[in-house]
Design a protein around this ligand. Structure first.
Ligand SMILES: C[S@@+](CC[C@H](N)C(=O)[O-])C[C@H]1O[C@@H](n2cnc3c(N)ncnc32)[C@H](O)[C@@H]1O
Length: 402
């Protein structure tokens, strides 16, 4: 859908500009990340397959029995040390590469955000709750090494959207894009919404909630597919919500953002037709995740759907891949990642109120990079997604109907 964009409002999503040196640094970090995640990761897997696993098998008479044991053996392999240290540094450098240009524009970001909020041309809203306690799984560490995490405020009396800018511009370097461009809508929200429209054409959600929405990148796409829906995004952190709201108003997207803990929201029972999230649960304690799934069941309408995107549980992936993914739990300030992936999803969903025969799990190809015919065939269940499909990322989603 084409929306009216108010050209009098400066968009916080494009306001920050980089110098020649900063641009080069950002590009270098993107390329480094790609190198580490593709080439070095391949070298590391080769080392495991051709050296480490045969050595363990020869000594123990069996292969390593799980991800933990693989890690024990890989930890001192030079290729792992190189991969791990480069990955860690590339993660830190991602945020450093956008920090100076953001600091230079801090006053302008605050002013533009406040102006968008005051004019409110799209008719969305922002409800902040300064008394909301920030859960310790957010407040006690800089999640994925982003300095200041999501919630730090530098000018709490003003429209402080700086950490939202850090996340917005930093994630563009992280994913290999140019930080001063508005990227298209987030890949996960775009893929889930288009998938649902094709798979369930009769399902027309009128009220949609995105949990842990951060700056809203994956919230926006639901309006593209369901333009008449009342769309909500919640997060515990005020600065990211301010940024998301300012961007939404500048881009003509009517979204209602509110500062809430997804474990206990203020929404009434049976309120939403669709509840979603992306890259959310691995940052929560397992106790909190269980509370959120129960809360989703409470606020979902009968006949409504909860469908979250996350990395697949460890019982659906092999030991080597589990070892590979566990890196974030050890080094990326995401300590709950492994415990979350070790959950029995189906059992926990049932304990949260969802019926066994109404659970859903889909592997959704990335919409923007998949051939539309293949995407439609997979969405309609006419084709199984090929392992080697040419469309880049595949999003694992899970949830259920109420
Ligand atoms: C990795 S980010 C999610 C990214 C976002 N969904 C996206 O696609 O851009 C996790 C977010 O969850 C928020 N969060 C963590 N715990 C929360 C909770 N209990 N309730 C609501 N938001 C929470 C954090 O503040 C952070 O913004």
């Amino acid at each position: 859908m084409d929306r009216e964009v108010d050209s009098n409002i400066q968009n916080v999503a494009t306001l920050v500009e980089s110098t020649h040196d900063e641009y080069n640094r950002q590009r270098f970090v993107s390329v480094l990340r790609k190198k580490v995640l593709v080439d070095f990761a391949k070298d590391m897997k080769d080392t495991y397959v051709h050296k480490v696993e045969p050595a363990v098998t020869a000594k123990e008479g069996r292969k390593p029995k799980d991800a933990r044991e693989i890690r024990k053996h890989m930890l001192h392999e030079p290729v792992y040390e190189a991969w791990s240290s480069l990955r860690y540094n590339a993660q830190l450098m991602t945020w450093w590469s956008v920090r100076e240009p953001i600091e230079r524009k801090a006053d302008a970001l605050i002013a533009a955000g406040a102006a968008a909020h005051a004019a409110n041309p799209a008719g969305g809203s922002l409800a902040l709750n300064p008394d909301l306690p920030i859960p310790d799984y957010v407040s006690t560490l800089d999640v994925h090494l982003m300095p200041g995490c999501f919630q730090t405020e530098f000018a709490p009396e003003a429209y402080d959207d700086i950490q939202g800018a850090m996340y917005h511009y930093g994630t563009q370097v992280f994913s290999g894009g140019l930080p001063h461009r508005i990227k298209g809508r987030g890949g996960v929200g775009t893929s889930i919404s288009n998938f649902l429209k094709l798979r369930y054409p009769e399902f027309k959600p009128q009220r949609i909630l995105d949990m842990g929405c951060t700056a809203g990148a994956n919230t926006f796409p639901y309006l593209d597919v369901y333009p008449d829906a009342e769309l909500h995004g919640i997060d515990v952190a005020a600065p990211v919500l301010r940024f998301g709201h300012a961007r939404a108003e500048a881009e003509g997207a009517r979204i209602h953002f509110s500062q809430q803990n997804a474990e206990t929201t203020n929404f009434p029972d049976n309120h939403f037709d669709l509840i979603s999230s992306s890259f959310f649960f691995h940052e929560l304690s397992v106790k909190a995740t269980k509370a959120v799934w129960k809360e989703c069941h409470r606020i979902l309408k009968p006949g409504g759907l909860m469908l979250h995107m996350e990395l697949p549980p460890s019982n659906m992936t092999d030991d080597y891949y589990n070892f590979y993914l566990d890196w974030d739990a050890f080094y990326n300030n995401e300590p709950h990642y492994a415990a979350f992936r070790n959950l029995d999803f189906a059992k926990t969903l049932e304990e949260s109120g969802f019926k066994k025969d109404k659970l859903e799990m889909f592997r959704i190809p990335n919409f923007a990079s998949t051939d539309p015919k293949e995407f439609a065939a997979v969405a309609k269940g006419e084709e199984t997604l090929r392992r080697d499909h040419g469309g880049g990322a595949v999003w694992f989603t899970f949830g259920g109907w109420k």
